[in-house]
Design a protein. Structure first.
Length: 289
């Protein structure tokens, strides 16, 4: 079986372009200046740990529903998986047991999108950070670069995918709200334009200073995110990362990629191109038979 030379050279061109793209990281801004990002507020004081958001997420994304024995328990930390985009955890705090929710934070300037060599990770104009399967080459730089450790890779799959919350982007395009927000019976989740959500978060804190700590998590963390949290206790009590930069992370991602030998950047793109060229050669062979 031979690989068409023209396809091979085309592959090398793609690999070279990928490396050039790495050198240009940080030059473009993913934010859409003409519109404002959407955001979601999780009011931890209202969350009842019912997991309805998890079940709604699973249904909306055709994922397995949480198992009967997979429920919030303060003695166990539940974690995100490639086929579970959102998890609720019970946490014992100074004010008793409270419930936290973890999913993609949808950064305003996401490190994962800046680190992605093929733009499989993409910051949309509406705010969600999405992942496109056909563009992904499996380099997993998105996982390394994410300050919140969100993207998960299917290591046990022959055709692996990256799994993470996409803020129900298809629902947003259809004029609907994210499934988790729509199905929260306690009203712990609020969806809207980010500026409106921030105003609401600060209003709740101002109206009840004894019920909330004076901190909107996600307002400044990692340069700002589209998932925001307000809480009755300090966020370090809840296990949130509180040592993050307040400036966007793409510059730090760029520094990381500059330190990676070019062979490791070129090799995944080269392999993906060779695979496509081989596939094309096989199809041509079938057509001649």
């Amino acid at each position: 079986m031979s690989i068409d030379r023209r396809e091979f050279l085309k592959t090398m061109g793609i690999a070279g372009a990928s490396l050039s793209g790495v050198k240009a990281l940080g030059a473009s801004t993913p934010a859409h200046e003409a519109s404002e990002f959407y955001a979601i507020l999780h009011d931890i004081t209202l969350c009842e740990g019912c997991q309805e958001c998890e079940f709604a997420c699973a249904t909306a994304n055709s994922l397995p529903a949480p198992a009967d024995n997979d429920y919030p328990d303060s003695s166990i930390k539940r974690v995100l998986k490639p086929d579970q985009y959102s998890v609720i955890n019970a946490v014992e705090t100074s004010v008793g047991e409270v419930y936290t929710k973890q999913q993609c934070m949808h950064c305003a300037q996401p490190a994962c999108a800046s680190a992605c060599l093929t733009q499989a990770m993409h910051k949309t104009a509406e705010g969600p950070v999405t992942w496109t399967e056909g563009k992904c080459m499996g380099c997993r730089y998105c996982m390394v670069s994410c300050p919140f450790d969100i993207p998960k890779f299917e290591f046990d799959n022959n055709n692996p995918k990256i799994g993470k919350c996409q803020m129900c982007f298809s629902r947003l395009q259809a004029g609907e709200v994210p499934a988790c927000v729509e199905n929260c019976p306690a009203g712990a989740l609020t969806f809207g334009k980010r500026s409106d959500i921030l105003r609401e978060a600060h209003k709740r804190i101002l109206d009840d200073p004894n019920g909330y700590v004076d901190h909107v998590y996600g307002e400044f963390e990692a340069g700002g995110t589209s998932w925001l949290n307000i809480s009755p206790v300090a966020f370090d009590e809840l296990g949130f990362k509180t040592n993050l930069e307040t400036k966007p992370y793409p510059e730090l991602t760029k520094g990381f990629l500059y330190s990676v030998p070019s062979v490791f950047i070129l090799w995944p793109a080269l392999l993906m191109g060779l695979r496509e060229a081989t596939k094309s050669d096989e199809q041509e062979g079938d057509n001649h038979e």
